[in-house]
Design a protein around this ligand. Structure first.
Ligand SMILES: Cc1cc2nc3c(=O)[nH]c(=O)nc-3n(C[C@H](O)[C@H](O)[C@H](O)COP(=O)(O)OP(=O)(O)OC[C@H]3O[C@@H](n4cnc5c(N)ncnc54)[C@H](O)[C@@H]3O)c2cc1C
Length: 389
């Protein structure tokens, strides 16, 4: 394989190259990309066959989707907790589940869960790119030993796993992707954590996106350790610089701005997402409490969904209702966000980390807090007065 700019950082070729000819190199922004050592490469073509930026193993698009939430574990998830229900069932049947979790150093890594306790670490969205070191080799070994695997990841990660292990292990591999509008990097997350630790004079030992601690779509919480004392701190997304800028699309990995997986056609057997805007169609459902969107893309996905259906409240809708309200289901990020990211890269390069965090921070936190706490009916009137929808 020739070195190319389209690498999505899935690490599949780095791990699987039989000649160890591919390294994983990081940019100043913390983006990992495969780099082929042409002297070692024997041009066997394996990397090209498994590469998610070259081979797109899409299923036919579903026509209907589901709005669903777990009856008893809704808060385990970022949206409706459907992932937890699926994974719990999968483990109960003897399978192993792979997903992304923060380790003890707050690094996002893909790990396996064999029981419900381990499964809890996997739950909830973490808005950065996870490290897949060792995962493909582990999955390969388990599949060869006839063990059932459920793999959850970004569409590009799922695509890499699918290219590598299907059709050979189709029966034993359940693939779940999610609607993904992009991932940030571990490095930028670390920089923001470090600044927050300095500000709060303590060590952050755990971090949760989509904490559901406030009545809003996006809130966070973290555990701060200071000597023997630990306390939990929570806030709105705009109060944590990384989260604030992530939601403005300005800190993604470069390849996310050119993503080939933001389509109704999906790579997973099941696709999970948020069912934003569901309350417009069903007054009994409030998307701020967390309602998952499920697209069931294959017969295997259908079979598994049927196994957990009775544990969830489920409503059927045409796919258009979900994609109309969810950009990650239909189109890429606008290029203007990429321009913003390039400006931020220059700030990091020329002015350093503290200056970057300042740029990532929300300018008028107080105003935002007042707005966030304003009851919805007043917001509606305010928006109407200002001519917004
Ligand atoms: C980076 C990212 C971007 C997203 N963007 C959108 C969006 O634009 N629109 C939308 O509708 N939904 C988006 N989602 C999906 C959404 O946030 C929920 O994860 C999804 O609705 C499933 O919710 P749940 O409650 O069923 O399960 P959850 O408990 O939230 O399940 C999360 C699953 O995703 C895995 N996971 C979490 N973070 C990562 C990560 N960084 N990399 C790989 N796997 C991970 C976990 O291991 C777990 O298996 C995004 C998720 C992520 C991680």
């Amino acid at each position: 394989m020739k070195n190319s700019d389209t690498c999505v950082g899935c690490q599949a070729c780095v791990e699987m190259c039989p000649y160890h000819a591919v390294d994983f190199l990081y940019s100043l922004w913390g983006e990992g990309k495969a780099h082929v050592d042409e002297k070692k490469c024997k041009e066997c073509g394996l990397c090209e066959r498994i590469c998610p930026s070259k081979v797109f193993p899409f299923n036919a698009p579903a026509r209907i989707v589901y709005a669903a939430f777990s009856k008893s574990n809704r808060n385990t998830g970022s949206s409706g907790g459907v992932f937890f229900e699926l994974a719990k069932k999968f483990i109960a049947e003897g399978g192993i589940v792979y997903g992304a979790a923060f380790n003890e150093h707050l690094k996002l890594v893909h790990i396996k869960a064999k029981n419900n306790f381990e499964l809890l670490k996997l739950c909830k969205s973490k808005y950065l790119h996870s490290d897949m070191t060792g995962v493909y080799a582990e999955i390969s070994k388990l599949l060869k030993n006839n063990i059932k695997i459920m793999f959850v990841g970004t569409p590009c990660q799922v695509s890499a796993v699918k290219n590598m292990f299907q059709p050979k292990y189709k029966e034993n591999l359940l693939l779940v992707d999610f609607l993904c509008h992009g991932t940030g990097t571990q490095k930028i997350f670390d920089i923001c954590i470090k600044e927050e630790q300095t500000r709060k004079n303590g060590e952050i030992v755990d971090f949760t996106f989509r904490a559901k601690t406030r009545k809003c779509e996006h809130s966070f919480s973290y555990v701060l350790k200071n000597g023997k004392n630990t306390k939990k701190i929570s806030g709105y997304s705009f109060q944590f610089p990384y989260y604030n800028s992530y939601l403005k699309y300005s800190i993604f990995n470069e390849y996310c701005y050119n993503c080939n997986y933001v389509l109704n056609s999906r790579v997973g057997d099941i696709t999970l997402g948020d069912f934003w805007g569901i309350q417009k169609y069903n007054k009994n459902l409030n998307d701020q409490d967390g309602v998952s969107m499920l697209s069931i893309n294959t017969q295997m996905g259908k079979d598994y969904f049927n196994k957990i259906r009775s544990n969830c409240n489920v409503y059927e809708y045409p796919i258009k209702l979900a994609s109309d309200n969810n950009q990650a289901f239909r189109e890429r990020e606008c290029v203007c966000s990429l321009d913003k990211k390039h400006t931020l890269e220059e700030v990091l390069c020329n002015n350093g980390e503290t200056a970057l965090v300042k740029m990532l921070s929300c300018r008028n936190v107080r105003k935002q807090i007042i707005y966030a706490r304003t009851p919805n009916f007043i917001k509606k009137i305010w928006n109407r007065v200002r001519g917004r929808k």
